[in-house]
Design a protein around this ligand. Sequence first.
Ligand SMILES: [Zn+2]
Length: 273
Amino acid sequence: MKIFVSADMEGVAGVTDKEHVHRTGKEHERARQLMTGEVNAAVEGALEAGVKTVVVNDAHGTMRNIIPEQLHRDAELITGAPKPMFMMEGLDSSFTAVFLIGYHGKRGSYPSVLEHTYSSSVVYDLFVNDKIVGETGINAAIAGYYGVPVALVTGDKKLAEEAQAFLINVETVVVKEAVGRTAARCLSPLKARQRVREGAVKALTKVSTLQPFKIAPPINLKVVFINPGMAEMAALIPKSKRVDGRTVAFSSTDMIEAYKAFRAMIALAGTTV
Ligand SMILES: [Zn+2]
């Protein structure tokens, strides 16, 4: 077995604030350690379940959060940015399953710690074939494109509910319960790591029951931006369509093309911030 880990930071136990998740935040160095600890716990669980190869993709902010010298000896780390497939860089059809570690709720979900969808400063909502999706949804769809199921999702309680709603038989581990957007009741890091490790083992015992989350083409994306100026920039993408003041649509028969258009829209819209 071969496991791909996409690791975010907002859903890690002990992380609640922008001071944790931003590069210049006073608590960022601590948050990096907490994130590395939960990632290592997932790696340990995977190895315990018989996995031979674990590739970890750092998927938060600068994508240089996981502390290399503290990474589990038997994992490989994709670190740094930019990278073509962003939060899912490194995944291909040779993997058995995906783990989403330290994830957070889609934009607007409540209560979920620091919820957003790809960019909190630009994206108001992301629709895929008329359904609102968050990072769990779009990233699971990328994995589905490669025929790889999501086996484990960890984060806060709201995120676990979001994942359970569309990923059949997925294992979820709740490491904290949001009190508000920037407050949470958290497990201790040691307990959170124990649960993540146990969750990884459990997830892999039922891996044969999982289905890849495939979205049948055409893939119709609609991105609602925070203001019309952002949509103006996003609508420069060839073959995109301005739907209304804040909304730009893009349609493709290819999931990867649609995903790249989405990310290019965010990059262009971000130039107005
Ligand atoms: Zn995120």
